[in-house]
Write a new protein. Sequence first.
Length: 382
Amino acid sequence: MKGNIRQRSKRSWQIQIYIGKEPDGTPKRHFETVRGTKGDAQRRRTELLASLDKGIYVFPGKLTLADLLNQFLQGYVRTKCSQKTQDGYQMIMERHLMPALGHILLKQLTPQAIQAYYGQACEKLSARTVHKHHRLLKQSLKYGVKQGYLGRNPCDLVDAPSWKGKPMRTLTPEELEGLLEIASDNKFYPVIYTAVASGLRQAELLGLRWRDINLNLRSISVCQVLYKHHGICEFKEPKTKHSKRRVDMTGKLVDYLREYKGEKESLSLHLGRLLKPDDLVFSGIEGKPLDPSVLSHSFAKIVKQAGLENMRFHDLRHTFASLTFLCGGKPKVISEALGHASVAFTMDTYSHIIEGMQSEAMALLDEVLPPGKTKAENQGEK
């Protein structure tokens, strides 16, 4: 089998591959358009020829949505996403998308069929859940367009189920003080206090080792995270380059962690061992990782006891951000501390907090802004 490439326009190339003969003896060819550089087309031609040679390629005309979903899962999700994301995507595909739509040929998949599925799914599932199905389906079909299986994404013509995200819950200084007072006797107090004082995610906190904390330089290095997968705790690298970062600590957090480390060293000596740099900062008595589910469940009890409603562990991170903004923190500094991909994302996430700070900003400006003078006042001075 051989393949030719010809240019159709400035960034459009057509691949032509001879794949045998028609029943009447005429040559049978497969055509595929690639958008990009000639190198992109050459790489795609090599992939096609290798797949055809192994007998594993399915031509777009015979490709079903189930085939595409499997390709997307194996070719993209497995190499780009965390294990938790992979498991979530696979569950949605196998339990919902494939049974309902998987048998449909890609060339016959219409916006109407997708819209009808959303309507049926919303009768049994929440709008939030069906919205997740829409996001995954749209991303999969976008992958199909990029691979040349589709000319356009049918999800672009579909109205996704409307869903309002769970409102962000942030604590006032008074509420935070009350929460920490209730949690003071709880074994999870150290991780709760560090969460609200640093803005780290739960997985980042549970993955911290003592070597990641520099008390002299007052900094925390986020180098690994802890996830629970099928009941087993696993350590992984942070998902993005922005998540892998160094976070400065407040003086109070430094003092607390120094004292906390001393307590951990005493406990380790009591158990006949020394505290090592690779030991987890937050762990059980024997140094084993904390279970994320148990931590979340225990935090929910603390929140209820403190009289706070709709509060999740992740909201400690939001509280850190909101209080830092209210104290005059610079958006770029806060964005870097949170490990966000951009300052724009941080500003959008906490826009409601920033809007509420306008009156305070105007008050500060009023202190330094000189009073205005009318024309009459100016003439009087002359």
